[in-house]
Design a protein around this ligand. Structure first.
Ligand code: BGC
Length: 255
């Protein structure tokens, strides 16, 4: 697959509470216009979500460019098909997301796991750019998403947010939504993150750990509390990596 390093792409990040999209400058790895956010419909069925994705793209008119649209989704994605639905409507399991959205938009759409999109963006434009060896990225949000990058290449669908630690699904203890729901202090949450990241570190021995998700903009509150072998840094694109990574992945897959 040839690398696309210039022009305008378009990315959409589908999350549990909001669906956000923006045109992306593929040379800079940055938004080319202010992003638009529409609340995720409830219930968040494939049809209802595809409708919102269509609204976002058409609201940008010609500024959405002509390349295939990239869409993130918080689930295992194999060849355009969603295989799981941990924090989203179960109707998504086995939905051919590429086919559904391509039909709805009348334009090629490619879907990618949300954390994989963020990982790709970090490898191309952000904190993992030019890093040799193994990079582990975790997105801390409603769940925990993971991306594994080896010498700049993404290994998709690693799903390391669902590692079982002390008999529990890791994201049910250490996701940012859990910090919120249980009203944890930064110190209390950092203890859970310490356990999570040291478990991952003992399994994969990454050269660098990158933290994304909405809470990455508050990384000064918790990253200094963690003691790991590898350096651990906030995502260079903070929470914009999903949109940027989806846009570049779709541009490279083509129609
Ligand atoms: C899902 C992943 C997703 C992550 C972050 C997890 O519950 O299984 O596919 O990347 O949440 O949204």
């Amino acid at each position: 697959m040839a690398r696309v390093t210039r022009g305008i792409g378009f990315g959409i990040d589908i999350g549990g509470s909001g669906i956000k999209g923006a045109p992306v400058d593929l040379a800079a790895g940055a938004f080319n216009a202010e992003r638009l956010r529409i609340p995720t419909p409830s219930p968040s069925t494939p049809e209802a979500v595809a409708e919102v994705v269509g609204q976002i793209v058409s609201s940008f008119g010609r500024a959405s460019g002509t390349r295939p649209i990239g869409v993130t989704f918080p689930a295992v994605i194999q060849h355009g098909v969603a295989r799981t639905a941990a924090n989203v409507d179960k109707a998504w399991v086995d939905t051919d997301v590429d086919a559904l959205m391509t039909a709805k938009l009348g334009r090629a759409v490619h879907v990618i796991n949300d954390a994989d999109a963020a990982g790709l963006a970090e490898a191309r434009y952000g904190a993992a750019k030019g890093v040799k060896g193994v990079v582990f990225l975790a997105t801390l949000g409603t769940g925990i998403g993971s991306a594994l990058i080896v010498d700049g290449q993404l290994v998709p669908n690693t799903e390391l947010g669902h590692l079982e630690i002390d008999g529990k699904d890791a994201e049910s203890r250490a996701a940012d939504s859990v910090r919120d729901a249980e009203d944890l202090t930064w110190e209390q949450w950092a203890k859970r993150l310490q356990k999570y990241f040291s478990t991952v570190e003992n399994l994969f021995w990454p050269d660098l750990i990158v933290v994304g998700g909405g809470v990455s903009k508050k990384s000064a509150k918790f990253l200094p509390l963690l003691k790991l072998r590898a350096p651990i840094v906030p995502a260079g694109l903070l929470n914009d990596g999903g949109i940027v990574g989806a846009a570049v992945a779709a541009a490279e897959l083509g129609s």
